[in-house]
Design a binder for this molecule. Structure first.
Ligand SMILES: [Zn+2]
Length: 302
């Protein structure tokens, strides 16, 4: 067994029954299975996270919102905005996702790299959830690590096809957390609170144009802010076959995107904790492959 094996966090509880839905919650298990099958991950390198405790979640979410989640008393309007049926299983999965991203952040700080086969729920705001996101795991993890003085400066590199609206709003008054989002401009969310660097892309942007822009902007984030930890949201939804995305990246282009992020961080000695975020390809196997490729790239650059 390689001493340099990549560490991953995952929980079977991420697979929540949400009925017929465009969000395939089975993708987490499928990604894990594919990566174990091809040897990218060994079974003993995959840890099941602890759920985040309510105190750490409350570092970014309002008490009133958390009380409604605890009691299962979200209003019909809140559930409509969330675009998911609320259940205790969803609440548990969301707490585990927060704990999983926190654990990946800690591992990354110690070992340079960690992947969470979950996470990236960037549409959750302090006082409400939306767009399939109940709790903002990356915001919770970043705030908790900062509060415990395990890290001071954090950058969030959000390359999901959708703007990281909740994350931008949560950290808008926090200069130590840099929020970078590169996303399709004419897509959900239609109101995009300003992050520290927002790059809104035209519809149909292809591999070449995308990678050019990424290489232009990423050094601004990494050199300008000087983060001690990067949380990378490696959404699979900039893929050209995505049902909720309108960009035109190929599977290989997405892999080059991941390689660029890992390479640029590594060149500067910045630890990276990667989370999966969105992915809604017409074929679930494509989403699973794209997320898997992210982990394969992470392992290559360990
Ligand atoms: Zn997305």
């Amino acid at each position: 067994m390689s001493p340099q094996k990549l560490r991953a966090v995952w929980s079977p509880a991420y697979e929540v029954d949400i009925g017929a839905h465009v969000f395939p919650t089975e993708k987490y298990r499928r990604v894990k299975e594919e990566l174990v099958r091809d040897g990218t991950l060994t079974p003993d390198s995959i840890r099941h996270p602890e759920p985040a405790d309510w105190e750490s979640v409350a570092r970014v979410h309002s008490r009133a919102y958390l009380d409604r989640i605890k009691e299962g008393t979200l209003t019909r309007e809140e559930e409509r905005r969330l675009e998911l049926p609320f259940s205790t299983a969803l609440r548990e999965a969301s707490l585990l996702n927060c704990g999983g991203t926190l654990e990946a952040g800690r591992w990354a700080l110690g070992e340079g790299m960690a992947v969470h086969l979950g996470g990236g729920f960037h549409h959750a705001f302090a006082d409400h959830g939306e767009g399939f996101c109940l709790l903002n795991d990356v915001a919770v993890a970043g705030a908790e690590l900062r509060a415990r003085q395990e890290v001071e400066r954090v950058a969030i590199v959000d390359l999901d096809v959708h703007h990281g609206n909740g994350t931008a709003a949560i950290f808008c008054q926090e200069p130590q957390v840099f929020t970078f989002s590169m996303h399709q401009e004419a897509n959900y969310p239609f109101l995009k609170p300003a992050g520290d660097l927002d790059v809104g892309l035209e519809d149909g942007v292809d591999d070449e144009a995308y990678l050019d822009l990424l290489e232009r902007h990423l050094p601004t984030v990494l050199d300008g802010h000087g983060p001690q930890l990067v949380f990378y949201l490696a959404g699979a939804d900039p893929y050209r076959e995505d049902q909720l995305g309108g960009l035109a990246l190929s599977m290989n282009g997405l892999r080059l995107r991941d390689r660029t992020v890992f390479r640029e961080c590594r060149a500067r000695g910045i630890p990276v904790a990667t989370v999966l975020a969105g992915g809604y390809a017409r074929r679930l196997a494509d989403t699973v492959r794209i997320h898997g490729n992210t982990v394969r790239e992470a392992r290559t650059l360990l």
